[in-house]
Write a protein that binds this ligand. Structure first.
Ligand code: VGL
Ligand code: ZN
Length: 196
């Protein structure tokens, strides 16, 4: 069994001062840096949207951030513009160690969002991460990062569904927590067999 650390979306826009700031998002950086050397492999993900992305409220005139909109692939929460490709907000937090093995970008298709590091929000278009991990025989995953209730949650549930042994280290995650989203994410991760 080989162990991989999956660091989800520790980017400036998800840290205090960013466009979609997660409370305390920057607090996890020293903790993640200290964890890195304990793993056989480290993968970092980056939310990586084109300008005018379909998940941005600004793309849909008359809509507001944090409302839900029906998309071809199902309901989608609309967000403030964030993690636009190449922008300072899309960069990793400057204190984060980025000497990992793979940087995986997701959410780069205009018409579909991707919370999970494994599948886009239609829950079926793969990002390629499963193939990477499988071909390196990385079977035991620890997930950390931002945000617990969105990208960490969807990534953990998909990883469990794909047959990995999955844990989420809550000391190195922070949540957006809107309308009870953290509690429901924790319940759905536990149901999927994720160790919290
Ligand atoms: C995320 C909302 C929109 C996340 C990404 O990384 O949890 N949340 N895009
Ligand atoms: Zn996003």
């Amino acid at each position: 069994m080989t162990k991989a650390l999956i660091v989800i979306d520790v980017q400036n826009d998800f840290c205090p001062g960013g466009a979609l700031a997660v409370p305390g998002g920057d607090e996890i950086v020293p903790r993640i840096n200290a964890m890195i050397d304990g793993f056989d492999a480290v993968v970092l993900t980056q939310d990586w949207h084109p300008a005018g992305h379909g998940s941005f409220a600004s793309t849909h005139p008359g809509s507001d951030p944090y409302q839900t909109m029906e998309m071809a692939y199902g309901p989608q929460i609309l967000w403030p513009d964030h993690c636009v490709q190449g922008s300072p907000g899309a960069a990793f937090h400057p204190g984060l160690r980025t000497d990992g093995d793979l940087i995986l970008r997701k959410g780069f298709r205009r018409d579909i969002d991707s919370y999970s590091a494994f599948f886009e929000n239609d829950r079926s278009t793969p990002t390629g991460l499963d193939g990477y991990l499988r071909s390196r025989d990385l079977t035991d995953l620890t997930l950390v990062g931002l945000a617990t209730d969105f990208c960490v949650h969807y990534s953990a549930v998909d990883a469990a569904r794909l047959g990995y042994s999955v844990g989420v280290d809550m000391t190195a995650c922070r949540a957006i927590d809107m309308d009870g989203s953290l509690d429901s994410a924790l319940a759905s991760m536990r149901d999927a067999g994720v160790r919290i």
